[in-house]
Ligand binder design. Structure first.
Ligand code: GLN
Length: 512
């Protein structure tokens, strides 16, 4: 899978999640578009940084090559140098074990920035042969309520625009809020010169997980394979595993209320993988999660202990910058004292540690260097390797790192293992100088880097579920295999919802 993004940032790592949505992190530490998260969750394969290419990364390698003299004597131009670089990025994914590369171009045909990408994929068909490329064009078919009709005009216009760039689509996938009937498909087929089997209705589904079934029923798989001359007799479509995911989505009915305390709560895509991972845990338990979005800046002035008491569980997700931090610290304090099951992710672990340092370990004014560098106790601080780092792009602790979990700890029990690996994306760490003091006060640093220097997991013995991780476990959750931390957050939350006493379930009894 490959996502081509026409923006000029080298990667989305420097963009505001409140505008662009979450930054998805791959095992190898790529900071990528959130669509890669969807790809991983749908195809159940780990991708790597090469699966996401932006205009910025294309230009930066073209310019680097130019400076090195690779194009010596020539004028460097969009065609062929930039388009060659784009095609090279697609080709490098085609290792020996890959049969088909699926490339998604972000944005809309007609955007200024998209032109080199569309030109590159136009050339691609000529380079690799007609039968080796299938162009799938996604359009919108709006429904006009007053006149009660669906409109094909936007589809016609975008196909015209695409053709003006030299691409005739093989398939048109029509997004719509209601099914596209046969006569409408016939009209699109005629006007856009695509066989009727190539006009596919992608109607809004109850959940994103139903989309593969919707598209299968529309015959998209079969038609694309026909275009690519892939013999379906050799490769029958088998969605049985996926259909059981859909079944578990449909059976998820027990209500459970999970609060998410953050500062990008107006834009739920900012926490996309966290939301999906929580839903996956819900599928496992047959529970339908309703999310309560809590703007950290409103805590505790407008959102107080009473509101938290109505939740069944809480997540403090990742984030950057000072805004909302004091509210998150208050939320953590409330959750700790009222026994609300809470999972802290990355910034969440840092906030829980600061809260505990201040209110339980007597370290008044404890803070992170990120929010107040002159605080009396920097319980979260930069490690030596981050001191003096000036560039903001790609310089954090990124990608998969192992952690050793303390025998018999809650996290070891949850994972059913003492050596685990999770993806990271942060600059600050739990300050080892405060570790003894905070542990004496009762917080357990139950997971550490193999050299013992970095705290990776914290937990609070005696609390139903008060677990923090410096990593981002949400990136590894899959619909058929929820991540253990989310799974157990929901175990505790459901117990709270159902008024039962908290206990841990035996990880051995779970197939994951
Ligand atoms: N801002 C914090 C840091 O850089 C946490 C980052 C995060 O939550 N991903 O360490």
């Amino acid at each position: 899978m490959c996502k081509l993004d026409p923006y000029i940032n080298v990667d989305p790592g420097t963009m505001n999640p409140g505008e662009h949505g979450e930054v998805f992190v791959t095992e190898d530490g790529g900071e990528t578009d959130l669509d890669l998260g969807h790809y991983e969750r749908f195809i159940d394969e780990n991708l790597n940084r090469n699966s996401n290419t932006t205009t910025g990364s294309i230009y930066s390698s073209v310019i680097e090559k130019e400076r090195r003299g690779d194009y010596l004597g020539r004028t460097v131009q969009v065609i062929p140098h930039v388009t060659d670089e784009i095609k090279g990025r697609i080709r490098r994914l085609a290792s020996d074990d890959i049969d088909v590369v699926i490339v998604e171009i972000g944005g809309t045909v007609g955007d200024i920035e998209i032109v080199p990408f569309v030109e590159a994929i136009r050339q691609f068909r000529r380079d690799v042969g007609r039968d080796n490329v299938c162009y799938v064009h996604l359009t919108l078919v709006p429904y006009l309520a007053p006149s009660g009709e669906q409109k094909t005009k936007p589809t016609q216009h975008s196909v015209t625009e695409l053709r003006s760039r030299g691409i005739q689509p093989d398939v048109i996938v029509c997004r719509s809020d209601r099914f596209i009937e046969e006569d409408m498909k016939r009209k699109i087929s005629l006007l856009c010169d695509v066989p009727i089997e190539g006009v596919v209705s992608a109607v809004d589904a109850a959940s994103i997980y139903e989309i593969p079934r919707v598209l299968l029923e529309e015959g998209l798989d079969t038609y694309v394979c026909e275009i690519l001359k892939i013999d379906l007799n050799d490769h029958p479509v088998d969605l049985s595993q996926w259909l059981s995911v859909i079944e578990s989505v449909e059976n998820a009915t027990k209500p459970v209320k999970i609060g998410i305390v953050g500062k990008y709560v107006d834009m739920s895509d900012a926490y996309l993988s966290v939301v999906e991972a929580t839903r996956h845990a819900g599928f496992f338990h047959g529970a339908k999660v309703s999310f309560v979005w809590i703007d950290a800046e409103m805590v505790p002035s407008e959102i107080s202990e009473r509101d938290f008491a109505e939740l069944d569980g809480m997540i403090i997700p990742g984030g950057f910058g000072e805004r909302g931090i004091e509210g998150m610290i208050s939320a953590a304090q409330i959750a700790r004292t009222i026994g609300l099951p809470t999972l802290g992710i990355c910034l969440g672990l840092q906030v829980m540690s600061i809260e505990y340092a201040r209110h339980a370990a007597g370290l008044e004014g404890a803070n992170s260097r990120e929010f107040n560098s002159t605080a009396p106790h920097l319980v979260i601080d930069l490690m030596d390797d981050q001191v003096g780092v000036v560039n903001k792009g790609g310089t954090m602790r990124l990608g998969a790192y192992p952690a050793m979990l303390t025998e018999d700890s809650q996290v070891a029990e949850i994972y059913g293992a003492t050596v685990v690996s999770e993806r990271h994306r942060h600059r600050y760490e739990f300050n080892p100088r405060y570790r003894a003091r905070i542990e004496e006060a009762g917080l357990a640093c139950s997971g550490n880097s193999p050299d013992g220097r970095l705290v990776e997991f914290i937990e609070l013995p005696g609390h139903p579920f008060w677990v923090g991780t410096q990593a981002h476990p949400e990136f590894k959750s899959r619909p058929e295999r929820p991540h253990p931390l989310f799974r157990e957050l929901l175990t505790a939350s459901l117990e709270r919802a159902e008024g039962r006493a908290p206990h841990l379930i035996d990880p051995q009894s779970i197939d994951h």
